[in-house]
Design a protein around this ligand. Structure first.
Ligand SMILES: [Zn+2]
Length: 81
């Protein structure tokens, strides 16, 4: 299953998430999101060298809607990777 992703995406080797040149983030499933959303959902937990989404300036401000509402969802996400 693939979603429509534009060319020239960077793929985070840690999170396996694609980031387009316009900073749109393509998750393996679901709607495209932002760097902030990616960080809130994945990268802040991954915390491994090589993650391409650790630049606070590029990430910007996290909002509540960027995070998961329950710990269960986070667990699912981590298991899937
Ligand atoms: Zn990452």
């Amino acid at each position: 299953m693939t979603t429509n992703t534009p060319d020239n995406c960077q793929t985070c080797p840690i999170c396996r998430v694609k980031i387009a040149h316009d900073d749109k983030v393509y998750f393996s499933s679901g709607q495209p999101g932002t760097r902030a959303r990616l960080y809130a959902r994945v990268c802040q937990y991954a915390k491994k060298a090589g993650c391409i989404n650790q630049n606070k300036e590029a990430i910007g401000t996290l909002t509540k809607s960027d995070g998961f509402s329950t710990g269960e969802e986070i667990k699912k996400m981590l298991k899937a990777s």
